[in-house]
Ligand binder design. Structure first.
Ligand code: ADP
Length: 375
């Protein structure tokens, strides 16, 4: 079984790393040999995963295809599926998920809990507010192409209407968030669904990127169970094969609401490499290869620190303090091999593990204060 990955960033790189112990035949396509995956892997083909012909040509050289990014050429994936290739996630699911509007409609149609919303164009929003049809505050999200908070605009005041985003949008009610959590589930070819323990996110105050991730979450066990059931329910109702990372909110009233999903390995599952019996990456490789899924239990409480490029530095990265943190117990750095750094670019991550979560958090804070990506 030969597997192809569309996308050669850090997620592709970690998928390849997970495939090596099983000696899986795996190849990767992306635009440049300078990316994180080709940096460690010779079975790489230069090509544009948004280009129909490139995806067709690459897809015909493998048996099963997966993605590390949603914005691939879905039309080519439909055609490859018709030619008998295994495509996980399936193209019709990518079609839904790549469009935040279709995603929200899916939750509504399937009675899955999510914030209320309307679909409209960015240009219509101001009129809707003025006519009283739409009340502040709300969140505008562009339907396609947003990531890491880009393409999300929180409208709290009339002034915020100056900076509305252009294009087809989801306008959803602003949730009073108590906690942001994530659950990664994986649905196998037999329809069995596994799930990883709930993780809790803490965001960087200005960069809108996850700064820390904790597992297990501090959410009550009952709420964790609810979040897991909701996440498994989405995978079941979508009928997806492979990974589904579900981002959820707990609001101030204790409601668990779906924010959005990603049908691929996810930032909120980096820690699973060391902290879980089977990682999210290995789980996807197993499903693609038609092997049974592995156990997903947490081995130890863990914290994941995103290693972002320091503000004020751009160029060839220097990982200041790497030697020092390697001297600490339970600290596992992952450097993605990107050739240049810039402010807030994801350059790596560090997983920190300890017998007790508070100790892991303390260590993670120490790691964060020592390890800096400069240039
Ligand atoms: P992206 O796909 O770019 O990551 P998200 O939809 O996850 O965008 O939104 C980014 C962040 O914006 C979320 O993690 C959350 O902090 C905030 N956010 C998103 N939707 C809402 C909402 N309805 N109410 C309050 N905050 C929200």
């Amino acid at each position: 079984m030969k597997i192809g990955i569309l996308g050669g960033g850090q997620l592709g790189r970690m998928l390849v790393q997970a495939a090596i112990p099983l000696d899986i035949d795996i190849s990767v396509m992306d635009k440049s040999v300078d990316f994180p995956t080709p940096d460690i892997w010779p079975y790489f083909q230069e090509g544009d995963f948004t280009n129909y012909d490139h995806v067709m040509e690459f897809g015909r050289t493998v048996d099963a295809i997966t993605i590390e990014i949603e914005s691939v050429n879905i039309e080519a994936l439909y055609d490859l599926e018709r030619e008998g290739k295994v495509i996980f996630p399936q193209p019709h699911i990518l079609d839904i998920i790549a469009d935040k509007g279709l995603q929200k409609n899916f939750y509504k149609e399937h009675n899955l809990p999510t914030s209320s919303f309307i679909l409209c164009d960015g240009a219509e929003i101001k009129d809707k507010v003025e006519s009283g049809e739409l009340a502040l505050p709300f969140v505008q999200k562009v339907r396609k192409g947003g990531y890491d908070g880009r393409g999300v605009h929180v409208v709290q005041t009339i002034d915020d209407l100056q900076n509305l985003l252009h294009g087809p949008s989801v306008v959803e009610s602003l949730v009073e968030i108590q906690k942001e959590i994530a659950v990664i589930v994986c649905r196998g070819r037999d329809g069995n669904i596994s799930h990883f323990p709930v993780v809790e996110m803490s965001f960087h105050p200005t960069a809108n990127l996850v700064e820390f991730l904790f597992s297990p979450s501090n959410l009550s066990l009952a709420k964790q169970k609810e979040a897991i059931e909701i996440s498994r329910g989405i995978a079941e109702q979508m009928g997806i094969y492979g990974l589904l990372a579900v981002e959820l909110f707990e609001d101030v009233n204790g409601n668990i609401l779906i924010n959005e999903v990603a049908p691929r390995p996810h930032n909120s599952g980096h820690h699973t490499i060391e902290a879980c019996i089977t990682s999210q990456y290995e789980q996807l490789i197993r499903v693609l290869s038609n092997f049974p899924q592995g156990e997903t239990d947490l081995i130890q409480p863990s914290v994941m620190v995103n290693l972002l490029g320091e503000e004020g530095y751009a160029g060839i990265p220097v990982f200041e303090g790497l030697g020092e943190i390697l001297g600490m117990k339970g600290v596992y750095p992952h450097i993605y091999g990107k050739t240049t750094t810039k402010p807030f670019r994801k350059m790596g991550h560090v997983t920190v593990m300890s017998n007790e979560l508070p100790e892991a958090i303390r260590l993670a804070q120490e790691v964060k204060s020592i390890l800096k990506v400069k240039a």
